[in-house]
Design a protein around this ligand. Structure first.
Ligand code: ATP
Ligand code: MG
Length: 466
């Protein structure tokens, strides 16, 4: 299909065509009204005057016979002004008038006639159009009264021509405008179609063209672009996860395989046993990595919020803190809990508990760092400015300002913690869980130590009035 035949099928062109038809009808109506009020009025006035004159002359004939009519006509003729008079007898011979003879069209029934006349002196004669009324007078006479209507005819012609031009121009401009508009529209739609083809072919970096006019096509392109951005982010995230998983699982698996292989080669029973124990340890670590990755994937999966339910954040904090208290105390540390009342939120209990456990796990792992009094962990939870705020603070070395965003990424572990077990997935999961809850994780300074702060929107209670 050529671009031109496509243009005629666009909705823009159809709209333009409908608009054009309506416009042409209203322009015709306006111009018709103007014509009727100018040319029409002039013609009707002329006819009226002629008719009145014929009436006057007929009355004159009845009162004063032929002589009266001749008298009046003679006077009128002297006044000039483009009037035409002719009075003939039954033999069609002129009695008086400024025409030589009755025009041939004046035969037959009395009434209106238009006929050619010649005006001016000999040598500069011009043909004009005359309009007259002819009527018989008693006694076989015929009276013709008329006007030179050449000027009116020219005026009418001028107006008709102007109306014709105006209409023609309106139609040409309308068609041209419609064509241009549709072509522009079609070009942009074609550009969007072409871009979407490229994207479907696999190039996710492409974006729909936006003209900047902020019209409906722009808005459409903009939201398509937003959608593409979201898809691209998800795809990149997925690619990252899978390459990270592949990378992170390959090393322990290879290590495990090598250990089993060397154990098989030796005959030492104690060695076999040790290798099996190490293998179990390694597979536990692999399992925990898998679980963490699955939890992150679950928290990030299209922001599926179906798992969220009305729940009390304070009770989750209590539960998790109770679980960790003996572990902290066994390590010679102290866990302080500061929670009051209920904190209603919409949350996935399991994920929120997992997030909190990750923070406590870190506090326990990195908290004692160089501190002789042992680990001290403080957990607080309160409702504040429409938000549920949960903090976990320790007394360790903390995280330097410049690393506080970086550690939220998957598999990031700081150099000073290389000697401790871990995958670098804990904070990443906390951050994903908070995003799922429309909340946030911020890392700060507990002076000394790390202050991790979780914030999520409070559930506004909508109690029915009793
Ligand atoms: N409370 C803390 N004090 C000091 N450093 C911390 C603390 N919490 C986390 N970090 C630093 O941030 C890094 C990332 O923490 P994250 O919890 O994501 O991973 P991890 O604890 O190393 O491993 P995982 O939690 O997956 O077992 C840690 O390796 C550590 O270097
Ligand atoms: Mg951790």
């Amino acid at each position: 299909m050529t671009i031109n035949s496509k243009i005629f099928r666009t909705s823009t062109f159809r709209l333009a065509a409908i608009y054009l038809i309506l416009f042409a009808i209203s322009v015709s109506a306006v111009l018709g009204y103007v014509y009727w009020n100018t040319v029409g009025i002039l013609e009707r006035q002329t006819d009226e005057t002629i008719r009145a004159e014929v009436q006057g002359l007929s009355d004159q004939y009845r009162l004063l016979q032929l002589a009266g009519v001749v008298d009046v006509v003679k006077r009128r003729m002297e006044e000039g002004g483009g009037s035409i008079y002719l009075l003939v007898n039954d033999k069609r011979e002129r009695i008086i008038g400024n025409m030589d003879m009755l025009p041939s069209v004046a035969m037959g029934e009395p009434g209106w006639i238009d006929f050619p006349i010649s005006v001016g002196k000999a040598g500069t004669r011009q043909r004009h159009t005359g309009r007259a009324y002819h009527a018989p007078l008693p006694g076989g006479y015929t009276l013709l009264v008329g006007r030179d209507v050449e000027e009116q005819r020219l005026f009418g012609m001028t107006i008709r021509r102007a109306v014709g031009w105006a209409l023609g121009l309106a139609i040409i401009l309308g068609l041209g405008g419609g064509w241009l508009l549709s072509r522009n529209f079609l070009r942009r739609v074609d550009a969007i179609t072409a871009t979407s083809r490229t994207i479907m072919a696999g190039d996710l970096t492409q974006r729909m063209p936006v003209s900047g006019s902020e019209d409906e096509l722009d808005r459409l392109a903009q939201s398509l672009n937003d959608m593409l951005g979201q898809i691209e982010r998800l795809m990149t995230g997925m690619k990252e996860v899978s390459s990270n998983v592949a990378h992170d699982l390959r090393t322990p698996l290879t290590r495990m395989r090598a250990r089993i292989e060397s154990a098989l080669r030796s005959d030492d029973a104690a060695g076999h046993r040790q290798a099996l124990e190490k293998t179990i340890e390694e597979s536990d670590r692999l399992l925990s990595t898998f679980n963490a990755l699955l939890s992150i994937a679950r928290a990030e999966a299209g922001h599926s919020r179906e798992g969220l339910a009305e729940t009390d954040a304070a009770s989750i904090v209590h539960e998790v803190a109770e679980l960790y208290e003996p572990i902290v105390e066994d390590a010679g540390g102290r866990l302080t809990l500061d929670v009051d009342g209920e904190i209603p939120v919409r949350a996935d209990r399991q994920l929120l508990a997992q997030a909190l456990s990750n923070l406590l796990d870190n506090a326990l792992k990195y908290g004692a760092g160089g501190n002789t009094e042992g680990t001290s962990v403080t957990v607080t939870a309160r409702a504040e400015d429409g938000m549920a705020v949960i903090t976990v603070a320790d007394n360790g070395a903390g995280i330097a300002q410049q690393d506080r965003t970086r550690v939220l990424d998957r598999f990031v572990r700081l150099d000073e913690s290389r000697n401790k077990p871990g995958n670098g997935l804990g904070l990443s999961l906390v951050s994903s869980v908070m995003k799922l809850h429309n909340g946030s994780l911020t890392l700060g300074d507990a002076m000394p130590g790390l202050l991790a702060k979780l914030e999520l929107p409070l559930l506004v209670e909508t109690r029915q009035p009793a």
